[in-house]
Design a binder for this molecule. Structure first.
Ligand code: AP5
Length: 222
């Protein structure tokens, strides 16, 4: 099964991708995570993508397509279904993905669009931070650690914020989404694989909506 979680920055793609991995045994491929790992490695490529991401702009299609091709091949070699978080983000990426899957007689089973209004997106992103040790996620308003400045999960006391999570950069990211990524919606609608969920609901409620779509639309899932 190949599922794409689709939506603007902060829509909840990463959160729900992890839940699909846990519930359905899918493998999560997050291009944002892959790029952040490359940046942390200090490689030449990592330094280049770090600058682009910090500005809130999209990394080039060539880099992204090569990166995802390698990862999909690895996961498909293990015969695992894949949930894509953050890819594709342009028509060129979507076409490259279709060509890759076509080589294996596969196609995209479902594209789940998560709809959230812009003010909520900015609020979610500008307030989020994570434990530096274990990566557990928190939010200034919605989810503080039970004890101030101590991670609930591992007891860590250092926290980090993404460099692209400032209010100003979020606006640039939203602009990139509206200009370069939203045009993919008609592309997938025409193929009959686009489904929308209300991303303004609670995390549990959004998960239920997604599970219901997949059960109704993907063969072999009940
Ligand atoms: P990426 O890491 O993909 O970031 P993004 O798309 O901007 O999305 P986020 O990770 O910010 O949000 P999300 O939708 O995953 O939401 P989350 O679950 O975290 O990309 C970063 C950058 O990398 C891009 O700007 C670009 O430069 C580059 N890049 C990546 N892929 C690329 C590609 N294919 N091509 C070119 N460049 C690429 O949730 C957000 C917050 O909200 C969390 O705090 C969460 O707890 C909370 N939350 C989630 N759901 C709910 C809910 N229902 N109710 C309340 N709070 C919620």
């Amino acid at each position: 099964m190949i599922v794409i979680l689709f939506g603007p920055p902060g829509a909840g793609k990463g959160t729900q991708a992890q839940r699909l991995c846990d519930s359905l045994g899918l493998c999560k491929l997050s291009t944002g995570d892959l790029l952040r790992a490359e940046a942390a490695s200090g490689s030449d490529l990592g330094r280049r993508v770090q600058t682009i991401m910090a500005r809130g702009e999209l990394v080039s299609d060539d880099i992204m397509i090569a990166m995802i091709r390698k990862k999909i091949a690895e996961e498909r070699a293990n015969n695992r279904g894949v949930v894509l978080d953050g890819f594709p983000r342009t028509i060129a990426q979507a076409e490259a993905l279709d060509a890759m899957l076509d080589e294996e007689d596969l196609g995209v089973d479902a594209v789940i669009e998560m709809k959230v209004d812009d003010d909520t997106l900015v609020e979610r992103i500008a307030g989020r931070y994570a434990c530096a040790a274990c990566g557990a996620g928190y939010h200034d308003s919605f989810k503080k650690p039970a004890t101030a400045n101590v991670c609930d999960q591992c007891g860590g006391t250092e926290f980090v914020r993404r460099a692209d999570d400032s209010r100003e950069t979020v606006r640039t990211r939203l602009d990139a989404y509206n200009r370069q990524t939203a045009p993919l919606l008609p592309y997938y609608r025409e193929k009959g694989v686009l489904f929308s969920v209300d991303g303004m609901q609670s995390i549990d409620a959004v998960e239920s909506q997604i599970q219901n779509v997949l059960k109704a639309e993907v063969k072999g899932l009940t």
